[in-house]
Design a protein around this ligand. Structure first.
Ligand SMILES: Nc1ncnc2c1ncn2[C@@H]1O[C@H](COP(=O)(O)OP(=O)(O)O)[C@@H](O)[C@H]1O
Ligand SMILES: [Mg+2]
Length: 297
């Protein structure tokens, strides 16, 4: 029996091209072409990217301009609103309250002239009661519209007085502390901003929080005015409110607070957890404030 020759793997010879130099030229040519192709695609893509980038930059500039004009419009709305509030407060105080006082005095005089047993005395007493109520309502309105204390006392004392009055009206105790702002005179626009934010925050505490305590801290912290209002009430879901669109639901208080802080070059943050109270933080760099003589526009 004849033995089969052993199978040797890998020994099969490749067919050699009859023209080796021709092949490698072809390969080089192909390589060059694909290189050129790639190069032109890269150039095209780079040009596209550059164009996109320029379009984006133009959009950013446009958005910034839109935001600036929005803030500018908002600032003039807020300033007009403040001026109008002042005018209303003055008018109410000077005109209306004088006339109410005169009405009260007139009614009292009438009562003195009528016999004590006259059935009209009862009617007069009722009218006098209404006049008294109107006087009180008007004082509260003037107090809300334009706190005279802010002009006379400056922010720290005006806020201290406001929180004292608020405490009596709401029955909720407030701890008010101020640090580092004692003798400092802040620009009037900034004082109004912080005062109004505190007012709105306290109004929210009264309306929504069911708190048993409020603490307010006003300080100059490394050249930044900080206002912190904290309550121990029932809290709320801040993200939920932003998601649902607070403005769509007619809640403008928090939005107005944020915008006021932004207009003064600062920021407002709210931390709240259902069941664990709410804290409003406002921080405004004092360096961002217009100096005396500048309007801030
Ligand atoms: N201190 C707070 N405690 C509990 N809930 C609050 C507080 N502040 C705000 N909220 C919630 O946030 C909502 C939006 O407040 P705001 O924008 O001031 O609108 P408004 O007071 O008119 O409802 C309120 O309706 C309330 O649910
Ligand atoms: Mg509110």
């Amino acid at each position: 029996m004849r033995r089969k020759p052993p199978i040797v793997l890998g020994t099969k010879r490749k067919k050699r091209s009859p023209h080796p130099s021709h092949d490698s030229e072809k390969l080089v040519h192909q390589l060059r072409r694909s290189h050129e192709d790639l190069e032109s695609r890269v150039q095209q893509r780079t040009a596209e990217l550059l164009q996109n980038n320029q379009a984006l930059e133009a959009e950013i500039v446009q958005r910034r301009q839109t935001e600036e004009s929005r803030l500018c419009a908002l600032r003039s709305v807020v300033e007009t609103q403040e001026a109008e509030r002042s005018r209303l407060a003055r008018e109410l105080h000077d005109e209306f309250s004088q006339k109410l006082a005169a009405l009260g005095i007139g009614l009292k005089g009438l009562g003195d002239e009528l016999p004590a047993q006259s059935p009209l005395q009862l009617r007069l007493a009722e009218l006098l009661n209404i006049v008294d109520g109107l006087m009180r309502d008007m004082h509260t309105l003037v107090w809300k519209l334009r706190p005279p204390a802010l002009d006379d006392l400056g922010l720290v004392d005006a806020l201290r007085r406001y929180t004292g009055d608020w405490m009596k009206l709401s029955g909720i105790p407030v701890d008010f502390h101020s640090r580092g702002l004692g003798g400092r005179v802040l620009p009037p626009q900034l004082e109004i901003t912080l005062y109004r934010i505190a007012q709105e925050a306290l109004t929210n505490v009264f309306k929504h929080a069911r708190a048993t305590r409020v603490s307010i801290l006003l300080e100059d912290n490394r050249n930044r005015a900080a206002l912190i209002i904290e309550d121990d009430g029932r809290g709320f879901r801040v993200e939920q409110l932003s998601k649902d669109g607070a403005d769509a639901q007619g809640h403008f208080g928090l939005i107005a607070m944020r915008e006021r802080a932004a207009l003064a070059g600062g920021a407002l943050e709210i931390e709240s957890t259902p069941g664990s109270g709410t804290t409003v933080f406002v921080r405004i760099p004092l360096s961002a404030q217009p100096r005396k003589g500048e309007t801030g526009k």
